[in-house]
Write a protein that binds this ligand. Structure first.
Ligand code: AMP
Length: 515
């Protein structure tokens, strides 16, 4: 695989500036979208040119539209009848919820196109899925296990495939899907356009991307810290036994109108939802033990506003994309700092702001400090609630002292992996222009648009370029309006065919690559 180059003029266009066909423009207008997010601005033009694409981005960045829109347009521009069991585009993703959401995106953006879409995923009966495959389709969204089953039974063939998308590749790895993915990948036609998305790039993912992509364009979106920066975060020290009462007292405020509460276990989720049901009727739980139908019903209820509070485990919450979540509450602190950023990223979606409250008891000190290292700052303590536990806070202070962490006068750690990178961001210069440019003008810089949140550099492994080097985000720039920041691999005169770099509005049409 050769990582290839991108246009030397990174632009921040409006959707109306992009060479998108009117039915898609109109679908975007009806969704109220005018400004592409950085990953969309970075992905759509080269994908329309037929290039392979690597996006380092997590949910909430607009990554689904970044691949769905160009695929829809390219399918529409080379029309072909839907063939039974043989899609032209395949999107592989890790969870059923995400599959449903991706299908929804294709359906929304492609509502005026004569294209057929379907999704297949486990946890539900397969016959309706077999029916939708047999009826003929252009785009298939699938989780790997179910797709493999259907392929083994002869219900689905990848022989006509032109577009292959692997979404949330790192999650697939975590969830043990790698063998299934490899078996599916072995069946892909050599000539195809491949799109690879992952929030992080650990070595196995890098290797997989290397085997799939050819002459690709890369866009890296500043991960967790950016999301974390948009969310107003607080920690409340509380004794374990008082957490439920604290939650109840928080929910007395009408400002908590759409609340996602995270707990550690499935049992804990059910128990909490049940115990709160008496006081707050509009509450339910979602977790992996519920049937797909039940999960979808609960999720729809939350989306539609019938439920005010949703109690979720981390796995069940993967891929939850619900607009207007006002608060994320960590009833149990997450075990992994990454989990924290994923959790609080459920609010502050697509440029909105949101609030998160973490309930920390005396035993959760370690998790709190790990999270703070991950996001590069201390989470402000809110003692202004009836269940503040001085004991829990003292415990944290005691543990801090015994672990020898020095603090600055503002309570920030003076050492640790992130402290060094917490220098502020500057506006002005190229990035200042980039930010304005996001609304229409052109920045003169080529290599990055936007910057990481204060807190700066990512954890190792998070910023790896495909060549294995850790890419550093330019810390002297300011982030663009959307709240995301992104970095494109710089353009240049690569030996790998920079002559094929994207030329906006080119009429040459997409080129599928042969491997
Ligand atoms: P995703 O990262 O694909 O899960 O998208 C996150 C959320 O952003 C979804 O609710 C999308 O509908 C929304 N979204 C995607 N693109 C845009 C855009 N350009 N403007 C506003 N919202 C968007």
């Amino acid at each position: 695989m050769t990582a290839s180059k991108t246009s030397s003029n990174t632009e921040f266009p409006l959707f109306s500036d992009l060479p998108l066909i009117e039915p898609i423009q109109s679908a975007l207008r009806s969704k109220g979208y005018t400004i592409p997010t950085p990953i969309q601005a970075g992905a759509i033009p080269p994908l329309l040119e037929g290039r392979d694409f690597l996006g380092c981005a997590q949910t909430g960045t607009g990554k689904t539209a970044a691949f769905a829109i160009p695929i829809l347009q390219l399918l529409h521009q080379s029309p072909a009848k839907a063939v039974s069991g043989a899609p032209r585009a395949l999107v592989l993703c890790p969870t059923r919820e995400l599959a449903v959401q991706i299908l929804e995106s294709f359906t929304n953006y492609g509502k005026s196109l004569r294209l057929r879409f379907a999704a297949v995923f486990g946890g539900v009966g397969q016959s309706p899925q077999v029916t939708s495959l047999t009826r003929g389709l252009h785009v298939l969204v699938a989780t790997p296990g179910r797709l493999q089953d259907l392929m083994d039974q002869g219900h689905c063939s990848l022989s006509r495939l032109e577009f292959f998308v692997l979404d949330e590749a790192d999650r697939m790895l975590d969830m043990g899907f790698m063998p299934a993915i490899k078996r599916i990948v072995a069946k892909l036609p050599k000539q195809r356009q491949s799109i690879f998305l992952s929030a992080t790039m650990p070595p196995p993912i890098e290797e997989l991307a290397g085997s799939l992509l050819h002459d690709h364009v890369t866009v890296m979106i500043t991960p967790p810290a950016t999301t974390a920066q948009k969310v107003a975060q607080r920690v409340m020290f509380v004794d374990k036994d008082n957490k439920r009462k604290l939650l109840e007292s928080l929910l007395e405020s009408n400002a908590f109108s759409k609340v996602l509460v995270f707990v550690r276990t499935k049992y804990g989720a059910d128990r909490l939802a049940k115990s709160l049901k008496s006081s707050t009727m509009m509450i339910d739980a979602i977790h992996g033990d519920k049937s797909q139908g039940a999960r979808q019903r609960v999720l729809n209820g939350f989306k539609d506003g019938e439920l005010r509070v949703l109690v979720a485990t981390d796995v069940a919450a993967r891929g939850i994309d619900v607009e207007g979540i006002t608060h994320v509450i960590n009833y149990d602190m997450p075990m992994e700092p990454d989990g924290y950023v994923h959790r609080i990223g459920r609010t502050a979606r697509a440029g909105a702001t949101g609030e998160s409250i973490s309930m920390c008891d005396a035993e959760e000190f370690q998790q709190l400090r790990q999270i703070e290292r991950e996001i590069g700052k201390r989470v402000p303590v809110d003692r202004n609630h009836p269940y503040h536990s001085a004991d829990a806070e003292d415990e944290v202070i005691k543990r801090d002292a015994s672990s020898g962490r020095k603090k600055t006068s503002r309570g920030r750690p003076t050492s640790g992996p992130r402290a060094a990178a917490s220098g502020g961001t500057k506006s002005g210069g190229a990035a200042g222009r980039a930010r304005k440019g996001f609304k229409g003008s052109k920045p003169s810089t080529t290599s990055s648009f936007g910057a990481p949140a204060a807190g700066g550099e990512a954890a190792p492994g998070r910023r790896r370029s495909i060549s294995g080097k850790v890419k550093k985000i330019n810390n002297s720039t300011s982030k663009p309006q959307y709240g995301y920041s992104a970095e494109r691999k710089p353009d240049g005169n690569s030996s790998s065919g920079s002559s094929r770099g994207p030329s906006r509005g080119s009429s040459s049409g997409p080129k599928r690559k042969k491997r």
